[in-house]
Design a protein. Structure first.
Ligand code: GLA
Length: 384
């Protein structure tokens, strides 16, 4: 356990003890993620290449006999929530809906749960596009099941978490975030086929650094844009007579007679699928130059065709790319409209690139951007 994990575990176990007056039975940890490439491809049955990271959400849990769930959220000023397992409705507190939605989805998937006390905390920056919400869902689901001694296949757990987010929270997300939080593998990114849910290991070489830079533009109220992009992709697939854009190619797209916006959205997805599969091969070969080119193309496509970047993010990617040069690359990561950029480079270049970002980029409120250098970590675990 890293010192950061140990601190977080201490935080949630202490909060549990303070709130509920006993010790927790288990602590579950589910990581955030960074997506190296493959954006907005997951709900098009396509490919993504994420890895789990060090920052995580932890849930300390203990049983209670009255069929209720009591929650304390250490990241929200020790705000509390309370609901009955037999009657789960939406809450006015945004964070609580991830907990309620997950418990509801686990039950609807046919698992029998018991009442529980939960203390929750995390150290994934929120609104950074690093999947703090998916990790919360996965951690809550795993904790509720661990309390009952019920095993669950991790891919199944991720699918249930996706249902929670789509049906209860209302973001019509794909499977990537929940699946990598559940199935992440230390030292590896995973090439995920989002149609078959097949996972292919993509080892991250020890001398390759994964840098994450938070632009300081937090994503908020983006569900509308996200769901709109999804609808546009589905419309494009329908117009081409395929079940998902995964099955389309540029010839089909050029023949489809789509309006310019829908055409551009589909062009992004078709290109991004190809780039993602190619990037996994380049990673395997340690071909940083090729990876850098693919990341740059991915970013341009998100900016011009999918239109999900913002000017501050475009500037940050420019600063990163010029500091890195041709051995590696940078792009926005995650759903878009703010959040973080991911950069790949030889480990020996990290301090120079960090200095260049500190010199060349300011967040919208005039601060130095938060920079994390991550290694690929494991997926959800019961840690105590
Ligand atoms: C969000 C969603 C994912 C995925 C990405 C974009 O993170 O939760 O399912 O669609 O955006 O790649």
């Amino acid at each position: 356990m890293t010192p950061i994990d140990a601190d977080l575990r201490q935080r949630v176990t202490t909060a549990f003890q303070k709130q509920f007056g006993t010790n927790a039975a288990h602590v579950v940890r589910a990581p955030g993620r960074v997506n190296l490439i493959g954006e907005h491809t997951d709900y098009n049955d396509g490919f993504v290449l994420p890895c789990a990271i060090g920052p995580s959400t932890m849930v300390a849990i203990g049983g209670r006999g009255d069929g209720q769930v009591h929650v304390v959220a250490t990241d929200f000023g020790d705000a509390t929530d309370l609901f009955d397992l037999k009657d789960i409705r939406s809450s006015e507190q945004g964070w609580a809906n991830y907990v309620r939605g997950m418990v509801d989805a686990v039950q609807k998937a046919g698992f029998q749960l018991q009442g529980a006390n939960l203390a929750i905390g995390g150290n994934i920056p929120k609104g950074a596009g690093l999947s703090s919400s998916a990790s919360l869902e996965v951690a809550v689901g795993q904790a509720m099941l661990a309390l009952c001694g019920t095993d669950i296949d991790r891919t199944r757990l991720a699918q249930i978490a996706q249902v929670a987010e789509c049906d209860f929270v209302g973001t019509k997300c794909g499977i990537m975030d929940q699946l990598i939080s559940a199935q992440g593998k230390a030292g590896h990114a995973l090439l995920i086929d989002c149609r078959s849910l097949g996972l292919t290991d993509a080892p991250v070489p020890a001398d390759l650094a994964i840098m994450i830079v938070h632009s300081g533009v937090t994503r908020g109220l983006v569900e509308g844009h996200y769901n709109e992009r999804r609808r546009q992709c589905e419309a494009a697939a329908k117009a081409m007579g395929v079940s998902a854009l995964r099955d389309a190619d540029m010839d089909m797209l050029n023949a489809a007679g789509l309006d310019p916006v829908t055409y551009n959205r589909a062009r992004h997805v078709i290109g991004e699928n190809r780039r993602t599969v190619e990037a996994a091969a380049a990673l395997e070969k340690g071909d940083l130059q090729r990876l850098g080119i693919l990341m740059a193309e991915s970013h341009q496509s998100m900016r011009d065709d999918f239109e999900i970047t913002v000017p501050a993010i475009d500037r940050l990617v420019d600063v990163l790319q010029s500091a890195i040069g041709i051995e590696g690359g940078a792009r926005m990561t995650g759903g878009g409209f703010g959040g973080a950029c991911v950069a790949l480079m030889p480990a020996s270049r990290v301090s120079d690139v960090r200095a260049a970002v500190e010199r060349g980029y300011q967040t919208p409120d005039g601060k130095i951007a938060e920079i994390m250098v991550e290694t690929a970590g494991p997926g959800v675990r019961v840690v105590a």
